[in-house]
Write a protein that binds this ligand. Sequence first.
Ligand code: NAD
Ligand code: WQD
Length: 339
Amino acid sequence: MKNILVTGGAGYIGSHTCLELLNSNYGVTVVDNLSNSSTEPLRRIEELTGKKIDFIQMDIRDYRGLCSLIKEKSFYAVIHFAGLKAVGESVAMPIEYYDNNVYGSLSLFRAMRDNGLNKIIFSSSATVYGNPETVPITEDFPVKAVNPYGRSKLFIEEILKDIAASDSNWKVVILRYFNPIGAHESGRIGESPKGIPNNLMPYITQVAVGRLPELNVFGNDYPTIDGTGVRDYIHVVDLAKGHLSALDNIDRLDSLEIFNLGTGRGYSVLEIVKAFEEESGKKIPYKICSRRPGDVALCYADASKAKALLGWSAKKNINDMCRDSWNWQSKNPAGYCEQ
Ligand code: NAD
Ligand code: WQD
């Protein structure tokens, strides 16, 4: 059995990936400092799969801790999710973001190198494309992050490119996620943001469940189908499966490859509201507000490279995403907090 070290595995995308890994008979060790999560999703994954997760509460900036762990276990590869991800917070706290994301990643890469572990899949983001000149976006589009969070992702990508160039034994896969939403179809694991959500879908589900009064739609004067922002929403289970495809193919790939993980289709804010209302049977009251600074009009992927090289494509549609988001939120109105 191949053992995978999953950093940030207690988080939203990490937990869904752990579940898919266990279902595909990988062994899973999670390192997470629980700064934005709890062990509850891991407990539920064990319940759903009937398999054990090895959990270590550790910060990835703990180089010595990582070294002992890597020495002790023989890992096949690392999937690196650990990081802070709130754009607004990154503008207010750039030092914390660079320290956690960039320094934390360096500590992980150094521990890997020093202990002969050289396969890594890294969570990057469509945010690295900034405001793209056209859509759909291919992996060779110019990158230009517009906030410290995005720049932390870009810096880590650059570090990984240098590492791969320095030693051809490394296998590095950079996955640029578009907008992950949805939840596992069991409704047992999902997204559980702390405080008021920054992102569209958790905001909508919290309106639907009565925790928030109405949705603020950030602008209806963009050059899009109905004036509201268009994004490439991808079901988190499809996204999780993208990591499995990357793992399965990692030995056949070049030293470093970058893939967009999206559906290739964009939906506007109002289209998402409509699909959510259809799937949940709940009315989502909303008001149109001014644009959110830093938002782009249109962002969706050309995901054909992942299809060609990894044999992966997203299978779930927007109604599946809305149904599963609602299934999770309605069964867990306060996320993991009430347990
Ligand atoms: P999340 O916050 O739910 O999960 C991240 C996990 O990492 C959390 O459990 C947190 O406790 C842990 N963590 C943070 N810093 C750590 C550290 N220094 N040491 C150990 N653990 C640490 O976020 P997510 O949505 O699951 O995102 C996972 C990754 O994907 C992140 O790197 C994020 O930047 C990236 N990403 C997310 C999105 C999105 O919209 N959710 C989009 C693109 C990329
Ligand atoms: C989607 C659309 C908003 C909230 C962010 C990060 C990005 C990546 C994914 C990590 C936009 C509109 C939103 C609300 C709204 N994360 N909206 N009312 O901004 O595309 O991407 O998450 O890497 O880096 O920036 O996602 O869900 O915040 O917004 O009208 O209350 O919904 O304007 O058009 P975004 P989002």
